[in-house]
Design a binder for this molecule. Structure first.
Ligand code: ADP
Ligand code: ZN
Length: 605
């Protein structure tokens, strides 16, 4: 069941407010009603139409209201200047009017209620303008109108790991969190430390929210979710107070999962950006850090946050005791995509000709959300045509529609492009593997990353090295050139896909020559004393410290380094041409291969 958590005071206060307004309006309208005359009253009394009567004198006691209830149930009301005369008239008509004390009512309607309503409006405006700054003390809770919208799913176990297709490694990594939430005491007893915060990193739609929800579902604990952008408000202090509210709420529901989507909205690196206006965000971030530091380990609250931009996050949130565990949620490979399609085909009627594996093959780069969207669009297409099943042609139509709709994300990749990418990445990977000071290869992938790269080859996380050696730098250059070399060997033509590689190779070679004195012809002279390349217009500001002659000498040296690296790298790749083909074929089949599979290719023959 989904519900929205609120301060218990709040709905009650709003209700009171509305009731008061209605009451006041009715009373005020009544007081002014003049559609019943004294003459009519006399007639009604004489005709015996009145069942009951009430008299409410004013404070003075002379004038006042007469309220009569007709036999048909109608209530009428009128103002009389002489209440005793009216009373006598009613008694003569055989009625026994109830005399009410009007003065209290009068006071309530005309003075007390308007004051209360005015106070409401004032408090509302003040809290909007100043933010609920005086909110720390629980006594001021009722003043807080701008409350947070936390979405809570109670531990219903509806979403489980079974709903999360693919993401096997991610699920394995998070299994212990499920176990912990089921029985926090077990871990505490053994003195084991469970992370308080887990950062899920990955492109939008890769299933981060789904994964977090599934953890809560597996452990059958409540799932509290909120988006980082909900914290960001115009009014200073509101964000921080919302963070406090969120954790207060979490405390009530523990053990539980707190999920903060788009954490980057709050936790962007502090002190960046232009001018003021960051106070609010910084305060919010600080409050988040305070809250996370505040609850003890194993308290039963696990905070999960999602982002697709770890690089812009404030490093403070990644410190131990905060979000010290990072799980990268990858775009699915072929097998993963097929599994996801199966999950989303579960409740759909597919015709015989639908081949989910084939769809998986043609949707490289699609995220789980894209695939879900694809199946949904196909279902809509089928319904529109009144067909009882979803056919392959409807899926193809949906594919084209989605592809056109969101260009980059779901860019349709041709087989030729895929093949080029497979050979390109293999070229890098072979050099990583063969050269001694780089690598080893951790993953090779031809799944588009969504940020322009058609694939990637990742070495194991770098060792901490203080110095770069000349030979390591040369090897780095060779690795960079490997993609382009493989393309040249296989296809005999050159694509634009290697431009980033060429740029980084050139930069590295130039640094060797101008900064590290690694070229014999130039000598041990620094021609490049810039520490960083952060300044735009650096070349303008930076007076040239060397002559034209030296400049062309530098260019020649850079060129010589690149050419030399190119030749050596090409030789290595040619020596491993068997691996080049096998690896590229494997990549085309699986899209992503890990270290073991890759290294096995070298020993196979
Ligand atoms: P994110 O939080 O990473 O942006 P979501 O978890 O909100 O992505 O995913 C959006 C939708 O995409 C999910 O509700 C689900 O329908 C679908 N989806 C994404 N990843 C998967 C997956 N691995 N298995 C099944 N469905 C998925
Ligand atoms: Zn490359």
């Amino acid at each position: 069941m989904e519900k929205t958590a609120k301060n218990p005071f709040r709905p009650y206060l709003w209700l009171l407010f509305i009731v008061l307004v209605i009451f006041w309006v009715i009373q005020t309208l009544k007081a002014n009603s003049v559609n019943y005359t004294y003459g009519q009253l006399i007639n009604d009394v004489a005709a015996g139409n009145i069942a009951e009567a009430q008299i409410t004198p004013d404070a003075s006691g002379d004038s006042g209201y007469v309220v009569v209830m007709g036999k048909g149930g109608l209530t009428k009301r009128l103002y009389v200047t002489d209440v005793s005369e009216a009373e006598e008239m009613l008694r003569n008509g055989g009625l026994d009017p109830v005399i009410k004390d009007k003065s209290v009512m009068n006071w309530v309607v005309n003075i007390l209620i308007p004051i209360i309503l005015l106070a409401f409006v004032m408090v509302f405006l003040l809290s909007a303008i100043l933010g609920p700054a005086g909110n720390q003390g629980s006594g001021n809770r009722m003043l807080n109108f701008g409350k947070i919208r936390v979405n809570i799913i109670n531990g219903d176990g509806k979403t489980t790991f079974a709903d999360v297709a693919g993401l096997k490694e991610e699920k394995e990594e998070l299994a212990e969190i499920v176990d912990f939430l089921k029985d926090p005491g077990k871990y505490a007893a053994l003195g084991a430390r469970i992370p308080k915060g887990i950062l899920l990193e990955g492109a939008p739609g890769t299933g981060k929210t789904l994964l977090a929800k599934a953890i809560a579902g597996e452990a059958r604990v409540p799932f509290l979710s909120i988006s980082g952008s909900d914290f960001v408000e115009m009014f200073v202090g509101v964000g921080a107070s919302r963070v406090r509210d969120l954790f207060e709420e979490a405390n009530k529901h523990k053990p539980c999962i707190v999920f903060i989507d788009e954490i980057d909205a709050v936790a962007r690196r502090r002190g960046t950006g232009l001018g003021g206006g960051h106070d609010e965000r910084e305060q919010t971030l600080n409050q988040l850090l305070v809250e996370m530091d505040g609850f003890t380990e194993n308290s039963g609250i696990i905070v999960m946050a999602a982002t697709n931009r770890v690089d812009i996050l404030d490093p403070a949130i990644l410190r131990p005791g905060r979000f010290d565990r990072k799980v990268t949620v990858q775009r699915p490979d072929v097998a993963g995509r097929e599994e996801i399609l199966k999950v989303h085909a579960r409740n759909k009627k597919l015709s015989e000709d639908v081949d989910l594996e084939k769809i998986a093959r043609t949707t490289a780069g699609f995220t789980g959300a894209d695939l879900e969207n694809l199946m949904n669009e196909a279902a809509i297409g089928a319904a529109r045509k009144n067909s009882p099943f979803i056919s392959m042609s409807q899926i193809n139509d949906a594919f084209i529609r989605i592809g056109i709709g969101s260009e980059k994300k779901s860019r349709i990749i041709s087989d030729k492009e895929k093949k080029i990418t497979a050979y390109h990445e293999t070229g890098h990977a072979i050099l990583f593997h063969v050269l001694p000071d780089v690598g080893p290869v951790y993953t090779v992938s031809i799944i588009p990353t969504g940020v322009g790269a058609a694939g990637y080859t990742m070495p194991l996380p770098e060792r901490d090295e203080m110095f770069l050696t000349k030979s390591k730098m040369l090897q780095d250059i060779m690795v960079s050139l490997g993609g382009r070399i493989a393309e040249e060997i296989i296809f005999g033509e050159i694509t634009t896909g290697a431009s980033a590689d060429i740029k980084s190779a050139t930069k590295e070679a130039r640094r060797m020559v101008t900064r590290y004195g690694m070229s014999d012809n130039i000598g041990v002279v620094c021609y490049d004393d810039d520490d960083d390349e952060v300044f735009i217009g650096r070349d303008l500001a930076h007076a040239k410290s060397h002559s034209e002659e030296v400049a062309s000498e530098i260019d020649r040296e850079v060129r010589a380094i690149i050419d030399d690296c190119y030749a050596k790298a090409k030789e290595i790749i040619l020596n491993n041409e068997g691996v080049l083909h096998k690896c590229a074929e494997l990549l085309l089949e699986k899209e992503k291969i890990g270290r073991e599979e890759f290294e096995a290719l070298f020993t196979a023959t």
